[in-house]
Design a protein around this ligand. Structure first.
Ligand SMILES: Nc1nc2c(ncn2[C@@H]2O[C@H](COP(=O)(O)OP(=O)(O)O)[C@@H](O)[C@H]2O)c(=O)[nH]1
Ligand SMILES: [Mg+2]
Length: 303
């Protein structure tokens, strides 16, 4: 009798993993070309700074090198792997090079007016000293410097720049966190990331969070990347990143990097290019603000 009754009232369906409407709008058919055109035409607004410097920062394995490769791939229209992803570092005693990458614009040999500095990141057993990252933010460290996890750079080092100007400084800090493991991330790493973030904030450097590996965090998104802004799981992971790092959700860009693909595709490109456009705009606003501030200061001095 009861069994019969139960079959008449089946269990309620599991709650949906998707929202009815996306929380960010994106035109998956049109936006790629618009984004490419805008980025191709972009020029920094401050003539003293012809290249905007973007620093990638985050734990080892978060997808920093893959993010640079994905930006490069989306802009070139083919898969490229210039930054060595998943470096085979073993143990705790390796040194970490500060490497800056330019992105080639076209076959004439010109470059986009922005660069990415990729440093192997923070991890449990020895990382780039926070003091070194602060120096890097301020433009004191030249490319090719090998970070020593045990000691920070000293002023007598040949790669130390004594009097950096605005063009040498970092113009946007990009923190990279993986969606699939953000909950399990060591508190020490998060603390270090917050410290760097706070330092950047004190210097007025804008910041963006890139949340990678969305495909690993949500099966729905793995199946169909266009569901990224309707997936409840991705929203929840973004809220987690926001809470752990202390940044608003609006500064977080979820992306899937190219990591095993052989060709680029529109949806992956759009997410990468949309994040890139925001990063470049924030960096540009920062260098323009610096000019405005300097002009204000000059005016005050003259009064
Ligand atoms: N599934 C997936 N794997 C990724 C993604 N981004 C990076 N990876 C993989 O994660 C690993 C670490 O990436 P890597 O770029 O070397 O991290 P880094 O240490 O921060 O530079 C590599 O095996 C990548 O292929 C992503 O968006 N999705
Ligand atoms: Mg790397």
């Amino acid at each position: 009798m009861w069994l019969f009754k139960k079959s008449q009232n089946p269990d309620p369906p599991p709650p949906s993993t998707e929202y009815d409407r996306p929380w960010r709008s994106m035109d998956w058919n049109k936006d790629r070309q618009n984004l490419l055109t805008t980025i191709n035409n972009f020029q920094p607004g401050n003539k003293e700074v012809n290249t905007l410097r973007i620093l990638l920062h985050g734990p080892q394995g978060a997808g920093k090198s893959s993010l640079f490769n994905s930006v490069n791939s989306a802009l070139q229209g083919r898969i490229t792997t210039r930054a060595l992803a998943h470096s085979v570092a073993t143990g705790c005693s390796f040194t970490l090079e500060c490497k800056t990458y330019k992105v080639k614009k076209d076959r004439t040999g010109s470059f986009f007016p922005f660069t990415f500095t990729d440093i192997a990141g923070l991890h449990e057993c020895g990382s780039v000293k926070t003091d070194d990252i602060n120096k890097l933010l301020n433009g004191h460290i030249n490319d090719g410097y090998f970070f020593n996890p045990l000691s920070a750079i000293t002023e007598d080092n040949p790669r130390y720049k004594g009097n950096p100007t605005l063009k040498d400084r970092i113009h946007c800090l990009v923190a990279v966190l993986p969606a699939n493991t953000v909950s399990m991330m060591d508190d020490g790493i998060i603390r270090e990331m917050r410290e760097v973030r706070e330092k950047a904030r004190d210097l007025g450097i804008p910041q963006v969070i890139i949340m990678t590996k969305v495909d690993e965090a949500c099966p729905l998104v793995k199946e169909d990347l266009t569901k990224i802004y309707t997936s409840k799981k991705i929203k929840q992971k973004m809220e987690e990143c926001s809470c752990r790092l202390g940044v608003p959700v609006s500064c977080i860009y979820p992306v899937k990097n190219y990591h095993e693909e052989r060709t680029t595709n529109t949806t992956t490109d759009i997410l990468i290019l949309d994040a890139l456009q925001s990063i470049v705009n924030f960096a540009n606003d920062h260098v323009e603000d610096k000019v405005d501030n300097d002009v204000c200061l000059l005016k005050v001095d003259n009064e």
